[in-house]
Write a protein that binds this ligand. Structure first.
Ligand SMILES: O=C(O)CCC(=O)C(=O)O
Length: 298
């Protein structure tokens, strides 16, 4: 087993979330995802975003403890609306640059969630996850593996450089192996569980300080086990996908009032529109994410 470690915080620690990737860094990240199924971004998340997200999550966990004493599950989905800091995650420039690189202008938010795991020594923490891939379920493999249809960003809100933190583990390059739970042929069969496979070769434990950002392909085999340390392990996930794909937890078209949000946020959150504009898009639609193009295209 190997360990992938994030860069240590330095003077170049970005001060603002507008700290984007250069075109060369974008190329390097895409090449790493294509080769390894994941990449650790060259930037750490700004410290103040980590602090504000953790302050919000601390408050939630305290409330869950009060409300659900028996088996509290420390997680939430659809968090953009819960605290202004999550709007900054939604628009985090490096994530949107890479999403634009992969999907072009017609992508939107596929998932937004946080999870915190406290120490659990006995039994399985309901928030720990065994080996799986993010699909696609009910969609055939293409040439033996899963095409990229979601790009996921995991933002480490806690340090995971110590052992037994319950951090993310992955199988390097597994998006090029057989998909763990996709259809194996065009003949649909009901889901019968993940395939058992080789989870030792190219097994990588992703470690890093708070602020580490990992991006990965939906086809990657990954897991996160119990936290057996005294440091709560907290992660925020934001995932992007083509607009024609339905987000995992959110209602689309957006059912509420989008007037407080910017044009980019409204697009990512699934602003109501005519059906064909979810799939093909008009010229105006394709302008919405134009800010995230490469410098060379501008
Ligand atoms: O906690 C983690 O980092 C893993 C989460 C995960 O595997 C998932 O949400 O699919």
């Amino acid at each position: 087993m190997t360990t992938a470690t994030a860069p240590a915080p330095t003077d170049t620690w970005p001060r603002r979330n507008e700290h984007g990737l250069s075109d060369q860094q974008r190329d390097e990240c895409l090449a790493a995802i294509d080769r390894d199924s994941f990449v650790i971004l060259p930037h750490l998340l700004p410290r103040d975003m980590i602090d504000r997200a953790n302050a919000y999550i601390d408050g939630c966990c305290a409330r869950f403890d009060r409300e659900e004493r028996d088996h509290p599950r420390y997680h939430e989905t659809n968090i953009v609306e819960h605290d202004p800091v999550f709007r900054e995650f939604l628009l985090y420039l490096p994530a949107l640059q890479l999403s634009y690189d992969v999907f072009g202008p017609m992508f939107h938010l596929g998932q937004d969630k946080w999870t915190r795991k406290f120490r659990v020594d006995e039994g399985k923490d309901p928030m720990s996850l065994t080996w799986h891939s993010d699909g696609p379920l009910g969609f055939p493999e293409v040439n033996g593996y899963a095409p990229l249809h979601t790009l996921r960003f995991g933002y480490f809100m806690s340090d995971t450089t110590h052992g037994d933190s319950g951090t993310l583990e992955v199988i390097r390059g597994s998006h090029r192996k057989r998909t763990l739970h996709a259809q194996q042929s065009i003949h649909w069969q009901p889901f019968s569980g993940h395939r058992a496979d080789d989870f030792e070769t190219d097994h990588v434990t992703v470690q890093g300080p708070a602020g580490t950002i990992v991006a990965f392909h939906n086809g990657i085999w990954h897991r996160a086990q119990n936290n057996r340390s005294d440091i709560p392990r907290t992660i925020v996930y934001f995932q992007y996908c083509p607009c024609m794909l339905h987000p995992l937890h959110r209602d689309v078209p957006y059912p509420g009032d989008l007037s407080p949000y910017s044009a980019e946020e409204r697009w990512l959150l699934g602003e109501p529109r005519e059906p064909h504009r979810w799939v093909i898009g008009t010229d105006a639609d394709k302008q919405r994410m134009r800010r995230f193009r490469r410098k060379a295209e501008k």
